[in-house]
Design a protein around this ligand. Structure first.
Ligand code: NAD
Length: 370
């Protein structure tokens, strides 16, 4: 990357420009489920800003995007809901060397050997599910990490998210009176394809109606466009508003919600946890009926984690959902408390991001003449 600014004034001017751009992209991404730039371009701006702030720490204000989680809720009309425990983002690394450096530091801070819970980083959107007495009380988007949008009414149409937990086998762990499970809502690749097939069918039906009314073919508007990518489609589906929709539109909205999936990947507030590792929590959540990713692994050594990262990178598209990296977490919960967190991210976890793929679908579409 280009050299850092030499003096404070130049640095400030560049940091301001970067902040303005990042804020604009974030608002579009989190509030409108639209990407104005690719994730890789966004990450590059973010990292340039981080590097400038490291060199000129006086520039780091509380409102710098590097100090914040997501974006404050720009209301689509859902009630606001405060998380019982804050939701965080993750720090990123972009190379295996950077990953090893992070792991070494984390292990040094822990003061002992640790186990590494390694997971696929699902390209979806974060959600918090609060259960009271085994019943889903609220489902909330991450928002700014403190307050999100209460989207419970929509989540009730997602079949894989249980409204009531299953007490599990006799002798199994008791469900606490209250807990928050954190996870990622996503659209599986096959569901994304099916949804787009449905859009084309709807458009064809609409076009036939228009033709019957005598509208010339080149004047028929596109009412049901293709969805651009699975992540933004999942985000858009989840934040649809039922208000002012007619029966037909409601049916389509529920159809879109019904196709969403979820994997749980964390815990928030939890009364009297009686387990020692995050992977134990996953096993319990799975017993109670919450979907947990089958792809997670626990490793004893950093070399094994690196092997996992490399292997999964080669088989990125063999997974049922889009992934944009690997999340590595220290498995022992005791160490989570010990290592703590920054204003934005835990110190006991990191996201390794894969380099962007070279073939962009838009280019491919042009080449194969769609
Ligand atoms: P992030 O996506 O880098 O990492 C944090 C999130 O990862 C968590 O909140 C969680 O929701 C998710 N996650 C997925 N799988 C997980 C797992 N197994 N364990 C734990 N968490 C998991 O950070 P972010 O703050 O959500 O967003 C920043 C990223 O969003 C950027 O790096 C970029 O990729 C994208 N973004 C893109 C644009 C754009 O315009 N293209 C704008 C804003 C953000």
């Amino acid at each position: 990357s280009p050299e850092l600014p030499a003096d404070f004034e130049t640095a400030r001017a560049e940091a301001e420009r970067l902040t303005a751009d990042i804020e604009r992209y974030r608002t579009a991404y989190y509030s409108e489920a639209t990407s104005l730039v690719s994730d890789a371009e966004y990450d590059e701006l973010f990292h340039r800003l981080e590097a400038i702030e490291r060199e000129f720490p006086e520039l780091v204000g509380q409102d710098s995007p590097t100090q914040e989680v997501g974006a404050a809720v720009v209301s689509a009309g859902f009630p606001e809901h405060e998380h019982a425990e804050r939701m965080l983002s993750l720090d990123n690394v972009f190379s295996l060397d950077e990953f090893r450096e992070w792991a070494e530091k984390a292990r040094a801070a822990a003061g002992r050997e640790v186990r590494w819970l390694s997971e696929l980083k699902i390209d979806g959107l974060a959600i918090s599910l609060a259960y009271r007495n085994g019943v889903l009380e609220t489902a909330t988007t991450r928002g700014d990490g403190r307050v999100g949008e209460d989207i419970t009414e929509n989540v009730r149409f997602i079949p894989v998210i249980p409204a009531r937990l299953d007490a599990g086998a006799p002798g199994g762990a008791a469900i606490p009176e209250f807990f928050e499970a954190r996870g990622e809502v996503f659209l599986a690749s096959t569901d994304f394809a099916a949804l787009n097939a449905r859009q084309r069918q709807l458009q064809a039906e609409f076009a036939a109606e228009q033709t019957a009314k005598g509208v010339p073919e080149d004047r028929i508007p596109v009412r049901y466009p293709d969805f651009a990518n699975a992540r933004n489609t999942a985000a858009g589906s989840l934040r649809q508003r039922a208000e002012k929709k007619n029966e037909r539109e409601l049916e389509l909205m529920r159809d879109r919600l019904g196709r969403l999936s979820l994997y749980v990947h964390g815990i928030g507030a939890w009364q009297h946890p009686d387990f020692e590792n995050q992977s134990d929590a996953y096993r319990m959540l799975a017993e109670w009926g919450l979907p947990v990713s089958p792809h997670s692994r626990v490793f004893d050594s950093v070399d094994e984690v690196v092997g996992f990262i490399e292997d999964r990178g080669e088989h990125r598209h063999d997974v049922e959902h889009e992934i944009d990296g690997i999340v590595v977490k220290i498995d022992e919960l005791e160490l989570h408390a010990e290592l703590g967190q920054t204003s934005r991210a835990p110190r006991w976890a990191i996201a390794y991001k894969y380099p962007p793929e070279e073939v962009h679908t838009e280019l491919l579409d042009i080449r194969i003449g769609i």
